[in-house]
Design a protein around this ligand. Structure first.
Ligand code: AP5
Length: 262
């Protein structure tokens, strides 16, 4: 039996067939939703999917909202880009100017390491080497940090989530259990520029991963994840992703970002 919000391959196929048919119909609003329900039922019958028959829909675990995690009232912008692309430089300025909160998953992890906690001990060597920490930990850290912010007078809390997600699994888990991303900013920059920036910063930052060896691993790790995440966001019906030319001056990068999220 599927768990809450777990989509089986057959269910995904039915939804995909129904949605493909629906987009050709050019419908709007309630009429569009009614037609979608009909199409799902039709394709479920064609695929002999008993679990999507009318009687079982009310009981199916996939629709059991009582068991589903409560979503958060948050407006979250994912800020992604290679090491040294300027995520941590630009976000704090947007906090001052546009009232966002800035959460850097890397920074939160560094605090865990500095505190000597069990989590910190677990991730210290991973971070030093430039690898990614496990998905479930990154997801928990992001979710807990947003949950701790709270929101004023029922308004969504506005968050710049820096360095998250780094895998499609992180993206999907976050959007399932916290909230959908409002936008995805993707900082792009020539690799040699990134390496130069990190090595320059490494002279004073005290970060154990600002070394020549670690930055090459961080870049490789980033490049391996890049295509999958970009494809994931670019393939969505309404693309949320905006590329930011992060090789330009800090002021110019800031203006590009501001024009997207202001
Ligand atoms: P994290 O802390 O996120 O590191 P990173 O992604 O490698 O990014 P950096 O903080 O190094 O760079 P940045 O883009 O913020 O650049 P900055 O503004 O500082 O992650 C660290 C580690 O934590 C990861 O390796 C991983 O182990 C773990 N981790 C984090 N998130 C995770 C997740 N979701 N899943 C799993 N693991 C995770 O700028 C760098 C320098 O360049 C500065 O000196 C700055 O002054 C300069 N600079 C910036 N912009 C410009 C510009 N436009 N022109 C000139 N100089 C500039």
């Amino acid at each position: 039996m599927p768990k809450p919000y777990q989509i089986t391959a057959n269910t995904a196929k039915v939804l995909s067939l129904a949605l493909h048919e629906l987009v050709l119909m050019d419908l709007r609003g309630a009429e569009c939703l009614r037609e979608l329900a009909k199409l799902i039922r039709k394709h479920a019958e064609e695929q002999s999917l008993q679990d999507l028959s009318e009687d079982s829909l009310n009981e199916a675990p996939i629709l059991n909202h009582a068991e589903a995690p409560e979503r958060m009232n948050a407006y979250v912008v994912f800020v992604l880009g290679g090491p040294g692309s300027g995520k941590g430089t630009i976000c704090p300025r947007l906090v001052e100017d546009l009232g966002f909160m800035h959460l850097s998953v890397g920074e939160l992890l560094r605090k865990e390491v500095a505190s000597g906690s069990d989590v910190g001990k677990e991730v210290e060597s991973i971070m030093k080497s430039g690898q990614l920490v496990p998905d479930d930990l990154a997801i928990r850290i992001a979710r807990d940090a947003i949950g701790a912010l709270g929101s004023a007078e029922g308004l969504p809390v506005k968050v710049l989530l820096d360095g998250f997600p780094r895998t499609v699994e992180q993206a999907m888990a976050f959007e399932d259990t916290v909230c959908p991303a409002a936008k995805v900013l993707w900082f792009t920059c020539d690799e040699q520029v990134l390496v130069n920036r990190i090595l320059e910063r490494g002279k004073t930052s005290g970060r154990e991963d600002d070394t020549a060896e670690s930055v090459m691993v961080r870049l490789k790790t980033f490049n391996e994840c890049t295509d999958r995440i970009r494809q994931y966001y670019e393939s969505q019906p309404v693309s949320k992703i905006t590329l930011i030319d992060a090789s330009r001056s800090v002021d110019e990068v800031y203006e590009q970002v501001r024009s997207v999220i202001a």
